[in-house]
Write a protein that binds this ligand. Structure first.
Ligand code: 5AD
Ligand code: SF4
Length: 481
């Protein structure tokens, strides 16, 4: 989706406007001039690589960065041998941070070969002061650093960075701003993420997100609906509504609305086929929402409901505000209202103080809830979170053993539950040509499971009825009906 702005008509002799998004349009126009100079000097457009390292929100942010780079005149590429490389980082677990430092080492060599190259870092990891300090000190070849709150200023920061000089660093602690109508370059033409809110107020004791994404801010329903209408006009069949805790959407708006109310409005948009959302927090999952899902023609029967732990004792220390029993009751309610609903989850093993008994409780919930799939994580100590300073950190070998046992159980159950559609004919949204076999296409069931079946590129973006002939564990083989 583009903002339909004629950037060439912006008068660059005037000072930059104060108002957003006009200010960013002005800087896009300024960057376009620099890109034109580059083209004249080099006989080609400069290349830009946006590298996404995080969650779905992060991926959506990367589409915004790509949209601005594209409007500026860059050619987007997957290769890090580009003239502008930006890493959109994640910091939810320490591994993510280590990956960034490793890749920066490689970029340094590339920059030595191409001194015109510009390197930028943004995203959650940049909201941590000690990270920025380390980059300033040890990675002086980085040209631009910004955080999660001022991503809307990317065009302005890009311009400063392209003008050369010292490392540009612009990190905000927090913001209450939401800037609408900036350009976006979608990865898929037929589906799109849509931010409905930013930030998180929950402060789960292990989690760094509230510190790096700031306080919860909801977008106005009319802005969300307008964005989705435009996306549908542009060929989008499926939207994924994104927020750290979508179930608390709308509470702090001037005119409060519930997430279920928003969903019912989204449902009315003609031409939209599928609605997904993530992430749901169990503590805020209302009966109204369950009823809305049950009555909907468009909301996919799939809910991602992070469990984190099955032990009520650990859940309390995690500050999750629900017990094992409450979680299981929710699962029962969901299954009663939407019989074929797919349930996926996140689970952490090795939270400080987790005993074998606590871990057994987690396994017990896994067996009772029978998740379609689960993301399992080894607890990662994040500086600044309450859990980081808790005593009783669990030894690595114990954690590893529990992790392996959990994964085996999750996979065994997921295999069984995934097979429940075998023999049925179900609608599949075709996403791409199969990466291994070009005679096949790959698409998704409403439940989110993948299906591979014979077909060609003309099917991409279409919803077709497919007979699910064989379940191969976590995906199906099928044939168009
Ligand atoms: N360690 C391990 N996993 C974590 N998550 C969040 N913080 C941590 C951490 N410190 C997991 C949670 C969350 C998912 C996005 O990441 O399970 O739901
Ligand atoms: Fe982190 Fe908890 Fe917020 Fe999710 S709800 S982002 S786990 S603090």
């Amino acid at each position: 989706m583009n903002a339909n702005i004629d950037f060439d008509r912006i008068d660059l002799d005037l000072p930059a406007p104060e108002k957003e998004p006009d200010r960013q349009y002005y800087f896009i126009a300024k960057c376009r001039r620099l890109v034109e100079d580059f083209k004249r000097e080099n006989g080609r457009a400069p290349a830009a690589c946006v590298f996404n390292m995080g969650c779905q929100m992060n991926a959506r942010d990367s589409e915004k960065l790509s949209g601005i780079l594209e409007q500026t005149g860059y050619e987007l590429t997957q290769s890090e041998d580009a003239d502008f490389v930006i890493y959109n980082t994640c910091t939810v677990r320490e591994n993510a941070n280590l990956k960034v430092y490793g890749r920066l080492g490689v970029l340094k060599t590339k920059k030595q070969k191409n001194p015109r190259m510009r390197i930028a870092l943004c995203g959650c990891m940049m909201q941590e002061p000690q990270v920025v300090e380390k980059i300033r000190k040890s990675y002086g070849f980085v040209d631009l650093i910004f955080g999660t709150h001022n991503i809307y200023k990317f065009a302005e920061l890009l311009y400063a960075c392209l003008c050369g000089g010292d490392m540009v660093v612009d990190i905000w602690k927090d913001t209450d701003r939401i800037v609408e109508n900036l350009p976006v370059e979608r990865k898929y033409f037929f589906k799109s993420g849509v931010n409905i809110m930013f930030g998180c107020n929950n402060f789960c004791s292990y989690c760094i997100v509230p510190y790096v994404r700031g306080r919860e801010r909801s977008r106005e329903p009319r802005e969300i609906l307008r964005e989705i209408e435009r996306l549908v006009d542009d060929g989008v069949a499926e939207v994924m509504l994104l927020g750290q805790n979508v179930n608390s959407y709308g509470r702090n708006l001037d005119e409060p609305v519930t997430f279920a109310q928003l969903l019912r409005e989204v449902e009315k948009i003609p031409g939209l086929a599928r609605i997904r959302f993530m992430t749901s927090h169990p503590k805020d999952l209302s009966d109204e929402l369950i009823e809305t899902i049950a009555n909907s023609q468009k909301i996919c029967p799939h809910i991602h409901l992070p469990l984190q732990s099955g032990s009520s004792r650990i859940l309390k220390i995690m500050n999750r505000h629900y017990t094992k029993e409450q979680y299981l009751t929710l699962v029962e309610k969901l299954r009663a209202a939407v019989p074929d609903i797919s349930l996926t989850t996140d689970i952490i093993v090795g939270f400080p103080g987790e005993t074998e008994e606590d871990f057994e409780e987690t396994l017990d919930v896994v067996r009772k809830a029978r998740f379609d799939s689960a993301f399992t994580f080894i607890y990662s100590r994040r500086t600044g979170t309450p859990a980081a300073s808790m005593e009783d950190q669990v030894p690595q070998d114990v954690v590893k053993d529990r992790f392996d046992r959990l994964l085996a159980e999750v996979q065994r159950i997921a295999k069984e539950t995934s097979a429940r559609f075998t023999g049925q004919v179900l609608p599949v949204l075709v996403e791409e040509i199969n990466a291994q076999d070009s005679a096949l296409v790959t698409g998704r069931l409403a439940s989110n499971l993948l299906v591979h079946f014979p077909g060609d590129a003309s099917l991409i973006g279409k919803i077709v009825d497919v007979e699910l002939t064989e379940c191969k564990g976590f995906y199906y083989l099928g044939n168009v009906r």
